[in-house]
Design a protein around this ligand. Structure first.
Ligand SMILES: N=c1c2ncn([C@@H]3O[C@H](COP(=O)(O)OP(=O)(O)OP(=O)(O)O)[C@@H](O)[C@H]3O)c2ncn1[C@@H]1O[C@H](COP(=O)(O)O)[C@@H](O)[C@H]1O
Length: 110
């Protein structure tokens, strides 16, 4: 159990993204731009899927952490704060998943 949160990680990523002394992976990744980070995110997603279906729990945890870290770096490059994601997830707790799906614009089942 830890009280470390995704908002804490968002703050660390924001701090490290502007480091210029070569010590930060976040900075090196961020300077390649959102398209590169989005591609990395896709790779991490595939690695997470592989871990989920065929690897042990330690690998699932490790690949999931890589995935979430790269998502946060991509969100920062797009200027989307974690608070917006948490607010959206919070909004969705007021309804079931099926109700939320039906409320989406253009959803053929709505
Ligand atoms: N949570 C993470 C985190 N998760 C994964 N990674 C890095 O993501 C990379 C994923 O490995 P890959 O093999 O897919 O990528 P790679 O081959 O190293 O890189 P590419 O050449 O493919 O771009 C590794 O270098 C990991 O270390 C992370 N790097 C940083 N953080 C957090 O960000 C903080 C700041 O890190 P720096 O920016 O490096 O100071 C750290 O203290 C952590 O809290």
């Amino acid at each position: 159990m830890t009280d470390f949160s995704l908002t804490d990680l968002e703050t660390i990523i924001a701090d490290r993204a502007s480091v210029t002394d070569g010590s930060s992976y976040t900075a090196k990744l961020s300077e390649k731009g959102v398209s590169h980070v989005a591609k990395k995110l896709g790779e991490e997603a595939v690695e997470t899927v592989i871990a989920l279906v065929s690897e042990d729990e330690k690998r699932v945890v490790s690949e999931s952490a890589d995935l979430i870290y790269h998502l946060l770096v991509a969100l920062r490059l797009r200027g989307v704060p974690m608070s917006d994601i948490l607010a959206e997830l919070g909004r969705r707790t007021t309804m079931t998943g099926l109700e939320e799906k039906a409320s989406r614009p253009g959803d053929p089942t709505s």
